[in-house]
Design a protein around this ligand. Structure first.
Ligand code: SF4
Length: 297
């Protein structure tokens, strides 16, 4: 099976078959991103994908979930994705779900009919880096979408029956806008009612623009105290019917998982408890480690 370059996948895809259908990311411009800096975006040849599916029939014939690589495989046309899904189902008949990373732009470029066709062939569980509901933060992070566009496209996905993970990054607004970031992000999440929330915390690795901006003082990251305040404010502002909160990313100060609204108060208490534990360090800046689930092949 050919998987080129660094391979990233969400933690809950640990048991999925990783099938490469694109290389790199078609956007590749997010201010904080260091995933594919030197990887020109390309689409994998049909023959390579077919050969990889054939190889998978030998070592994981009973696999039930496939995750398409790399950074935004949902950029592929609906026709190509249906073709890939048909090839998977033909050779791996137990596959129920075909998931992948997707951007708001990727959804925008598909019609409602496309989305319904994709749902019908098992494409589900998209992993979407929405990051924030605050336009100023989205613009600085160069996400290529506004909060209103994210809302519109995510509601289209829901209408088509496609579930997704709404990924957010605490600290996207920096020291100046953490309150606004919490409030606007909670409002966007409430408007779209995602099935899954995936929470990470902003950190910059050498090689991305954010790292350079931080070094030059052009972006002032949040302190421990501000990140905890932002997290509490965000959770407090969430009015959800039934959403999984997946916050175990290693960048998070308070790793936790739960269900909202059921565990809302317990989560708020957990943040307050951590603030109390860190009371002597609230004005300091966290030193964070590497990005979450990275498979280095
Ligand atoms: S964060 Fe995702 S969408 Fe943005 S450049 Fe990186 S891989 Fe592409």
């Amino acid at each position: 099976m050919s998987l080129t370059g660094m391979v990233y996948r969400p933690p809950y895809e640990a048991n999925s078959l990783l099938l490469q259908v694109t290389q790199g990311c078609s956007h590749n411009k997010c201010t904080f991103c260091y995933m594919y800096p030197d990887v020109p975006f390309s689409v994998c040849p049909v023959e390579q994908v077919a050969a990889d599916i054939e190889e998978a029939t030998r070592y994981c014939p009973d696999v039930e979930r496939v995750f398409l690589e790399h950074g935004d495989a949902f950029v592929l046309s609906a026709d190509r994705l249906v073709q890939i899904a048909d090839a998977i189902h033909a050779r791996l008949p137990k596959v129920k779900t075909i998931a992948m990373y997707a951007s708001i732009q990727n959804i925008r470029h598909k019609t409602d009919d496309d989305l319904c066709r994709l749902h019908e062939c098992g494409i589900d569980g998209l992993d979407i880096g929405v990051e924030s509901g605050l336009d100023a933060a989205l613009q600085y992070m160069n996400k290529g979408h506004t909060a209103e566009e994210a809302k519109e496209q995510l509601l289209r996905l829901t209408d088509a029956g496609i579930d997704y993970s709404f990924n957010i990054i605490l600290g996207c607004g920096g020291e100046e806008l953490w309150r606004e970031n919490a409030d606007a992000t909670a409002a966007l999440i409430n408007a779209v009612q995602p099935h899954l929330l995936f929470i990470g915390t902003l950190h910059a690795e050498p090689g991305c623009r954010l790292y350079q901006d931080m070094k030059r003082g052009l972006f002032r990251e949040c302190t421990f105290g501000q990140l905890l305040d932002e997290q509490e404010r965000l959770i407090s502002g969430l009015e959800l019917k039934d959403t999984i909160y997946f916050g175990s990313h290693p960048s998070n100060i308070v790793p936790m998982q739960g269900r909202l609204p059921k565990h809302k108060q317990a989560m708020i208490e957990a943040v307050r408890e951590k603030r109390e534990q860190l009371r002597r360090h609230l004005n300091e800046y966290p030193q964070r480690g590497g990005e979450g689930s990275i498979l280095n092949r």
